[in-house]
Design a protein around this ligand. Structure first.
Ligand code: F6R
Length: 605
């Protein structure tokens, strides 16, 4: 959600670093982009509506030359429409900044600044933040005091990169509830929203902690607490490499990431499973003390929790409450010492999920975070953390990270079944053998071409329904989200028995209804539900496991998936649904990796 990059260095590399950084960060927002760069001893600002490429053209036309300092931003609009005026960097008085996050009390702060004589051109909270910093600096003439006081005045979330006119060789950075890293190369210092932005230049970095600020020159990095105490920092080495954030011959990151699923799911499962159940138990927190789970996330992460709830309740027979993070955070939840709160997040920065975690902690219950990004805020705040090993995910729509979330949650489900003696030794053996082969199984699904015909049927309609029961309904929710977010086709997921209680009135001649069936015990019921919509003209696409017989006259097209143990079936079943959405979006010519209005890593409420 908005990307920030900044550079100060002796090699006068600012333009290249900023533009490369913005390209890498574009998945965080792509409404508009801008840079502020040191040119002839003054800070010049160039902004453009639209993607980073349109900023690039503008910079070329203006003949901006290399420089030793600059800050840049790619925006996902929160306050004010995506236009050039609202895009960053913003400037007030002698201060120029880029901002990620939301200053919640900006209206009040703005009114105070107007009384002081400030005027504003944009609708953004960020320009107000800039005014606050400028006004405080006029008062204190001390940058440390200014930043400390500004931090105290801001409510909400922020990551800033700031330049003061009277100190144009220094970058200032400050954060709360939005991530910011500082990265190092000899006599070159970078600040960025995340590691991929600077990976082309260096893999050495450190994280700014909550409410810290940093003073960065080409020779030195100083990190301070809010109280102004300077601290030592540890330089970390990023595990990812430049190839991890390139398309490597695929048309889209989304397709590349789906093709990585066999490997990353297998790696995640084998990492936790090791040599068997005792390794699995030792690599997870002691789950035997919990009698109830809360599972919390947003979007796909929440749908991964929904799969897990279905699995854990039906198999291990322990109660799981499922919560959307943006709802949970404002509840007064009933949590006991025997409750484990599991929060799930790819980015580890999602504002609502982070707030839910904090609420759980305030209630003194144990928390476990399932996170993909190492060292992210959620990973650092939770009592326990288990990482999914999906690697960097660039496409805005999650695929491989979701799959690894489901995979890891399935292993957690299996552990509960072992603890509560609900799974036999024989079944455990079967599951372990399947996991050993899961890379192969998923590779076959990924490389299957069954989806194109179904995609053609779906792409001609503007309304689609997914139906399923139990765990298949949870898969329908994720499949439906994937289809609507990247192809812009309206789609709804329904428990198969529920459609006739109202929504079936929307089914007309040809309306695609996609039925997911992976369980023998509900096959007959699903067949009845498919017949109900078929009788009303629907085109039925059935996605069923290979062991299930469905008569040819019931469906228009069938996609068959391998039969897996019920602990693993959701993982194999989701892959065709992701590929189906991808194919539909391709047929419709959509911007698959960066769908309209969206951004990855939602760090605002
Ligand atoms: C959908 C998607 C989103 C995310 C959600 C949570 O394809 O990617 O629904 O799953 O924004 O994000 P994380 O997992 O980073 O907390």
């Amino acid at each position: 959600m908005c990307g920030i990059v900044g550079y100060v260095g002796k090699n006068k590399n600012a333009m290249k670093v900023l533009m490369d950084g913005l390209q890498c960060l574009e998945y965080r927002g792509y409404d508009s982009a801008g840079i502020a760069i040191l040119q002839n001893e003054t800070i010049e600002i160039i902004k453009s509506k639209g993607k980073v490429s349109s900023l690039s053209h503008k910079l070329k036309a203006k003949g901006i030359v290399e420089s030793e300092l600059g800050i840049a931003h790619t925006r996902w609009a929160t306050h004010g429409i995506p236009n050039e005026i609202n895009s960053h960097p913003h400037r007030q008085g002698s201060v120029t900044l880029v901002h990620n996050g939301i200053i919640e009390n900006y209206t009040q702060l703005k009114a105070d600044l107007v009384l002081q004589g400030y005027s504003f051109t944009s609708d953004t909270d960020s320009e107000v933040a800039c005014g606050v910093i400028d006004s405080l600096y006029k008062q204190y003439r001390d940058k440390h005091k200014t930043l400390q006081q500004a931090n105290a005045m801001f409510r909400g979330s922020f990551a800033f990169a700031i330049v003061f006119d009277d100190d144009i060789k220094t970058l200032y950075a400050m954060r709360r509830n939005s991530p910011l890293i500082v990265a190092f190369k000899e006599d070159e210092i970078y600040v960025a929203s995340d590691v991929p932005a600077i990976l082309k230049y260096t893999n050495k970095y450190t994280l700014l902690e909550q409410d810290e600020y940093a003073v960065l020159t080409k020779h030195e990095v100083e990190i301070y607490s809010l109280q102004g105490t300077r601290r030592e920092y540890e330089i970390k080495t990023a595990a990812m490499e430049v190839v991890d954030i390139q398309k490597e011959g695929f048309d889209h990151f989304m397709l590349k990431e789906i093709h990585e699923e066999p490997k990353v799911v297998s790696e995640t499962m084998r990492f936790y499973l090791g040599d068997g159940i005792s390794d699995l138990m030792s690599r997870l927190p002691d789950l035997s003390i919990y009698k109830e789970l809360y599972m919390i996330g947003c979007g796909s992460a929440m749908y991964a929790c929904m799969v897990a709830k279905s699995l854990i309740e039906s198999k291990a027979r322990i109660k799981v409450e499922l919560e959307v993070a943006s709802e949970f955070r404002y509840k007064n939840p009933i949590l006991t010492k025997e409750t484990l709160v599991i929060v799930v997040s790819q980015s580890g920065e999602t504002a609502d999920t982070l707030a839910s975690l904090q609420l759980a902690k305030e209630n003194n219950v144990d928390t476990l975070a399932i996170v993909n990004v190492v060292g992210s805020s959620i990973a650092r705040e939770a009592k326990y953390v288990c990482y999914t090993l999906a690697g960097p995910e660039i496409a805005v729509a999650t695929t491989k990270a979701y799959c690894t979330q489901v995979a890891l949650l399935s292993l957690i489900g299996l552990s509960f079944s072992v603890i509560y003696q609900k799974v036999s030794k024989k079944e455990i053996e079967e599951i372990i053998n399947e996991i050993k082969n899961i890379e192969n199984t998923l590779s076959n699904v990924v490389n299957d071409g069954q989806y194109e015909v179904a995609a053609k049927i779906i792409s001609k309609f503007s309304n689609v329904f997914f139906i399923g029961r139990g765990i298949d309904y949870a898969l329908c929710m994720e499949a439906s989200l994937k289809l609507k977010e990247i192809s812009y086709i309206h789609s709804e997921a329904y428990p198969a028995g529920e459609l006739k209680h109202g929504t079936i009135s929307l089914v007309e001649k040809g309306t695609p209804v996609i039925a997911i069936i992976t369980q023998q015990n509900i096959l007959e019921k699903m067949i009845s539900n498919m017949k109900e919509v078929k009788a009303r003209g629907a085109s039925i696409i059935v996605i069923a496991s290979e062991d299930l017989e469905v008569d040819l006259d019931i469906f228009d097209y069938r996609i068959t998936i391998p039969k897996s143990n019920s602990y693993l079936q959701a993982i194999t079943a989701i892959v065709p649904l992701q590929l189906l959405s991808y194919q539909v979006a391709m047929l419709k010519g959509c911007d698959i990796d960066q769908p309209r209005n969206l951004a990855k890593s939602v760090t605002v409420e």
